[in-house]
Design a protein around this ligand. Structure first.
Ligand code: GLN
Length: 451
C-alpha cells in the first residue's frame, strides 16, 4: 500500500540520510494523509516522488538551497506537481541543491552538504545533487530535478542513476523558481529508463501558465520503448572525445557505443564545430538571465528581510548581502555586467549569436543521425572541496551538457559502468544521448537499448 511505501522510505531516510544529506526536509504525516486517498489505478498511483527544493508544493518549504528562502512556505503547486498528483503520485520530500541551481556539485547549497552515496568523500554532482543522491541511496524511488546546463544529467551520471532533461517547452516551468529562463527545464531522475518515461509522460504537456510551453500533443513514451536501435543512425561527435576527458570515462562510453552497434545501430562520426564556445556562451547568457530573475529577491516580496535598515535602499542591499551566497552574488554581478550599456553588444548580443551557431550545429547533425552519443561529464565525481578551490574548472566541466540547453534539445544520462579514479573505487560514469527537439520518444528507446 502507498502508506507502507511511504513509511518504508521514511525508514530508509532515517537510516541513511544523516550520512548522505540528500533531504532538506520531509513531511511523512501529510504524505500519509494524501496516500489515504491515492487512486492505485492511475499510472503513478500511490508512488512517492521527491522534489528538488526549487519547485513549489503547496504548504511545503521551497528554499532553493538558499538562506534567502530558508523559512519560505509555498502558497501553491507548480504545474509539474499538479500533473504528478493527477497521475496519482505523492510529492514526498525536499531535496538539496546548489543555491538557486547555480553549481555542479551541490556544494553551493547554503543549507547542507550532500554526499555521493557511492563514496561519501565525494560530491553527488549538481545542481540537482540531492535528487540524484536520494535515488542512488534508495531513499527515493524517483525525483524531479531541474536542468539549466546539466543539473539533471550530470548528478545522475555521478550517482549512477538515470536523468532526463526534456526539450525546451515540453514541460511547464510554472512554479519552478527561475534561474535562466531560456535554458531551464524540469525532468525526472530515476532508477530506470522506463521510470523516466513514465514520469515524463505524467509531467509533459501544454500549460497556459508558462508562455514558453508548447501546445503540441504528447506522444506515448512507453509504447516504443523496447523497439531497439536496429537501423538507427547514432552520431558520435569528435569534439566530445578530445583532451580533458578521463580515459576511464572514455572507455566506458566507447563500450556503450559498441554495445549499441552490436544491436544493429549504425555509428557515424559527426562534428559539432562550435562546441568549444559553448561554456563561454552559457556563462554569459545564464548569469544575464539569472541577474534579472533574482531581482525579485529584494527583502520585500519573499523570504529574508534584513533588520533595522536605514532606508528602503539599505533594506534591499542588506537583505541581498545577507541572503545570497558567494556563487549567486558572482553570477548576479557577472550578469548585470554583461547586460550593462556599453557592454551589451560585446557580450550578451555576441553570446546570442554564438548560441545560434551552436543550435545550427545540432540541426546539421540531426540531418544525418537520429541521436548523438557522448559522455555526460569529463570525469567521475570529484572529491568534496575540490570545486571551491577552482570555480573555473567547475564551469569547464559542464562542457558536454550545456550545449543541449543552449539548443533546446532533450538529453538523457544513463549509467555506463564504473571506474577507479583519483583514489576512488567503482565510481559511476554516464552515457549521454541527445535527440532532436521533441524527440524524447526515440531518445528513450535508444536509452532503453543501452541500459
Ligand atoms: N553547472 C551549471 C551552472 O552552474 C548548470 C547548473 C544547472 O543546470 N542548473 O550553471
Amino acid at each position: 500500500t502507498p502508506a507502507k511505501i511511504l513509511e518504508g522510505l521514511a525508514g530508509e531516510i532515517t537510516a541513511r540520510d544523516s550520512k548522505t544529506g540528500a533531504y532538506l526536509s520531509h513531511d511523512l504525516e501529510s504524505a500519509l494523509a494524501e496516500a489515504a486517498g491515492a487512486d492505485l489505478g492511475l499510472p503513478l498511483g500511490g508512488i512517492p516522488i521527491g522534489i528538488k527544493d526549487n519547485m513549489n508544493v503547496l504548504g511545503q518549504p521551497c528554499t532553493c538551497g538558499s538562506k534567502f528562502l530558508e523559512n519560505f512556505i509555498s502558497p501553491y503547486d507548480a504545474t509539474v506537481i499538479k500533473k504528478l498528483r493527477a497521475a496519482g503520485a505523492i510529492p514526498f520530500g525536499r531535496l538539496n541543491q546548489d543555491e538557486f541551481a547555480m553549481g555542479s556539485s551541490t556544494e553551493n547549497s547554503a543549507l547542507q552538504t550532500t554526499r555521493n552515496p557511492h563514496d561519501h568523500d565525494r560530491i553527488p554532482g549538481g545542481s540537482s545533487g540531492g535528487s540524484a543522491a536520494a535515488v542512488a541511496d534508495g531513499t527515493a524511488i524517483a525525483t524531479l530535478g531541474s536542468d539549466t546546463g546539466g543539473s539533471i544529467r550530470q548528478p545522475a551520471s555521478h550517482c549512477g542513476v538515470v536523468g532526463l532533461k526534456p526539450s525546451y517547452g515540453r514541460v511547464s516551468r510554472y512554479g519552478l523558481v527561475a534561474f535562466a529562463s531560456s535554458l531551464d527545464q524540469i525532468g525526472p531522475i530515476t532508477r530506470s529508463v522506463e521510470d523516466a518515461a513514465l514520469i515524463l509522460q505524467a509531467i509533459a504537456g501544454f500549460d497556459p501558465a508558462d508562455s514558453t510551453s508548447l501546445d503540441v500533443p504528447v506522444p506515448d513514451y512507453l509504447s516504443g520503448l523496447n523497439d531497439g536501435v536496429k537501423g538507427l543512425k547514432l552520431g558520435v561527435p569528435k569534439e566530445y572525445f578530445g583532451e580533458g576527458i578521463d580515459p576511464g570515462v572514455r572507455r566506458n562510453v566507447e563500450a556503450s557505443i559498441q554495445n549499441l552497434a552490436a544491436q544493429g545501430a549504425e555509428i557515424v562520426e559527426i562534428s559539432l564545430p562550435h562546441t568549444e564556445h559553448a561554456v563561454a556562451t552559457y556563462y554569459v547568457i545564464a548569469p544575464a538571465e539569472a541577474s534579472s530573475n533574482l531581482s525579485r529577491f529584494d527583502g520585500i516580496r519573499y523570504g529574508h528581510r534584513a533588520s533595522s535598515p536605514a532606508d528602503i535602499l539599505d533594506l534591499y542591499k542588506k537583505s541581498r548581502e545577507e541572503g545570497f551566497g558567494a556563487e549567486v552574488k558572482r553570477r548576479i554581478i557577472l550578469g548585470t555586467y554583461v547586460l550593462s550599456s556599453g557592454y551589451y553588444d560585446a557580450y550578451y548580443g555576441r553570446a546570442q549569436k554564438v548560441r545560434t551557431l551552436i543550435r545550427r550545429d545540432f540541426e546539421n547533425a540531426f540531418q544525418k543521425v537520429d541521436a548523438i552519443l557522448s559522455p555526460v561529464a569529463p570525469t567521475p565525481a570529484r572529491r568534496l572541496g575540490a570545486s571551491a578551490a577552482d570555480p573555473l574548472q567547475e564551469y569547464l566541466s559542464d562542457i558536454f551538457t550545456i550545449a543541449a540547453n543552449l539548443a533546446g534539445i532533450p538529453g538523457i544520462s544513463i549509467p555506463c559502468g564504473t571506474v577507479d579514479w583519483d583514489g576512488g573505487k567503482n565510481l559511476p560514469t554516464g552515457l549521454q544521448i541527445l535527440a532532436p527537439h521533441l524527440g524524447e520518444a526515440k531518445m528513450l528507446q535508444i536509452a532503453k537499448a543501452a541500459e
